[in-house]
Ligand binder design. Sequence first.
Ligand code: 2RA
Length: 332
Amino acid sequence: EKVNVAVLGATGAVGRTMIRVLQERHFPMRSLKLLASPHSVGKVIDLGSKSGVVEEFSVAALKDVDLVFGAVDNDLATEYAPLIRRSGALFVDNSSAFRLDPDVPLVIPEINARDIRWHHGIVANPNCATILAMMALSPILKLTPITRMIVSTYQAVSGAGMKGMDELERQIRDPSAAPEVFPFPIAFNVIPQIGEFDEAGISSEEWKMQNEGRRILHEASLQVCCTCVRVPVYRCHSESIYVETHDAVSLQTIRQAAEDCSGIILNEAPYPTPKECTDSDIVMIGRLRRDGACENGLHLWCCCDQLRKGAATNAVQIGEWAWQNGLLKKGV
Ligand code: 2RA
């Protein structure tokens, strides 16, 4: 049976990408509602063959909706979530409001789709940087558990939404334009801060990666250390990852495992770059090599489109899995 879908936050960079991905993947939609907070009401969104007008989020607007994809900030997601749950629709939420809630599964379908089974009306979409790291490690995770992970990220400005992309463009044209979105000028620069720092000097983005990775892998004691960095790239995140594995695995075995993992491509000719991954759903990995000091240590490089697999596509895949397994409208 086809599904009545709503995209909440339909005017933002992730919301617009969700709409595009739903159409491209021929999601079995009976209807598509475009919802947003009051200030976006009335905006017109291009839906390819036609256009759609954004409606204000309300309980009445949720009537008959089976599945809501959320691309709004934490405050709105927290305000709207109880209303969506009460309506009976499944809420696939891209904010970070529920990602660490033990009652809410946090899912990358290629890794832990089965967690969707125990949802209570909300499934959380992980942070884009977490999705990239977990997807890139999926061939290794198929072979052996990971005991330690050190990640340095190179995150695109799209992670801060359309306003982040606008700020980069503005500063490329006028390098003296004052920063409004990022703490320092982003054009021709690199900023080792995403989110706010805590008293230990760890940023909120770094905490997200650590805690979300542990939840997705069901490895509460996994050692994770991250340095999250904003770079002047429009919409594709990259990461340099070091992992220590429980068992020794050869590079050849990992290469073979990568061929069997969906959603990733190993590109060693010579390596992936963010530009080549832009507008693709594939996570690319490369520069796979052994560590010189630690016997079970491995290094790799990876890239993926932050707006697609890092956000919209992952959310739509969650919706697809829930639909295929009869997990919409659980009547919570
Ligand atoms: C960023 N991870 O790149 C965030 C977006 N979810 O800013």
